[in-house]
Write a protein that binds this ligand. Structure first.
Ligand code: F6P
Length: 360
């Protein structure tokens, strides 16, 4: 084997999603065509805080065909432990950015490819500026809320999972004359709910971007029943507020707060308002796992190849993005400062309204 002419590093950061391994594989395969070596850093920037750093040499022998079909990330990831305010065992927060930068430099890599959402890319970008090392970002998030890119890796698979859930809920709803409520993820953006809701034939779709009124929902479901329908499908995004304007979340061990639970609250309210039986399904992390869809694998491949090409061309601090059927690249700062919520008058909202779906 010839000595590699360049060494680059890759890590996954933030919540996992389907398609991350397909990105890693694409980066490695493209790098191999250039005779470059790829170092995979484990558990996001946490791998650089371990002594010695947790990192593996990646090559087509350990990331090819099997791995790219799998969900999760072979490198591990974390959505906790901001290196600039790292939670220490004694309860204090410490800036550990210099430790991470030093460990990265010790790996002898000429550039870093970071696969992450807005939070992770903001942190990696700050680290890269402070440490003076070249960074390329690859967008991933089931929430699809990153700016500029039309699609982030993981979104399409999450939508497919939520759509399949509606396909499975519909027959049982119809068999029991029930209103089925499906709560989906998405953080503050309603993309998963709206997209899967349309694809899966929902009757009501509630997203954080559009306020709702229980009376409208009840009237819509009553209208369906007057026309002979004995069931209804309601999709609700996790950040939708309660009727009295409260956000619903769970507190987990270690002080973590995560959205979740609005489905059950609305299930009760809708049952009362419609005088009908309701059942609630909270889809949760099922949306993040499983095999990546064909489209997620496709953008993963395009993003991975383009990221390596950018390094070859000496272009840095760029995020690859999907736009008009093409892969493009934009300054990372532009993407992370432009949060992409559902457009209240966008095509999908108009489509839903055109289909007679109640949006609240
Ligand atoms: O950002 C991705 C996401 O799955 C959100 O949709 C969800 O609110 C959150 O992460 C869940 O985070 P965790 O994996 O920490 O429970």
């Amino acid at each position: 084997m010839t000595t590699p002419s360049k060494r680059i590093a890759i890590l996954t950061s933030g919540g996992d999603c389907a398609g991350l391994n397909a990105v890693i594989r694409a980066v490695v395969l493209r790098a191999e065509t250039l005779n470059w070596e790829v170092i995979g850093i484990h558990d996001g920037t946490h791998g650089l805080l371990s002594k010695p750093p947790q990192a593996t040499v990646l090559h087509s022998g350990n990331v090819d065909t099997t791995v790219m079909r799998q969900g999760g990330t072979i490198l591990g990831t974390t959505n906790k432990g901001d290196p600039f305010a790292y939670p220490m065992p004694d309860g204090t927060l410490r800036d550990r950015s210099e430790e991470i930068i030093a460990a990265f430099k010790n790996l002898g890599c000429e550039a870093l490819i970071g696969i992450g959402g807005d939070g992770s890319l903001a942190i990696l970008s700050r680290l890269a500026r402070q440490g003076g090392f070249p960074l390329i970002g690859i967008p991933k998030t089931i929430d699809n809320d990153l700016g500029i890119t039309e699609m982030s890796v993981g979104f399409d698979t999450a939508v497919a999972v939520a759509t399949e859930a509606l396909d499975r809920l519909q027959p049982t709803a119809a068999s029991h004359d029930r209103i089925m409520i499906l709560e989906v993820m998405g953080r503050d953006a309603g993309h998963i709910a709206l997209t899967a809701g349309i694809a899966g034939g929902a009757d009501v779709i509630l997203i954080p971007e559009i306020p709702y009124d229980l009376k409208n929902i009840a009237a819509h479901i009553k209208g369906l029943s007057d026309r002979g329908r004995n069931f209804a499908l309601v999709v609700v995004s996790e950040a939708v507020l309660t009727p009295d304007g409260q956000s619903v979340s769970h507190d987990f061990f270690g002080g973590q707060k995560r959205l979740g639970g609005i489905g059950h609250i609305l299930g009760e309210k809708i049952a009362e308002a419609c005088q009908a039986e309701t059942r609630v399904t909270v889809l949760g992390h099922v949306q993040r796992g499983g095999q990546p869809s064909a489209h997620d694998r496709l953008i993963a491949a395009a993003f991975g190849v383009h990221a390596v090409n950018l390094i070859q061309e000496g272009k840095f601090d760029r995020m690859v993005a999907w736009s008009n059927r093409k892969v493009i690249d934009v300054p990372i700062a532009d993407a992370i400062h432009h949060n992409q919520a559902v457009e209240k008058d966008g095509t999908l909202v108009q489509t839903a309204r055109g289909l007679g779906i109640c949006l609240g």
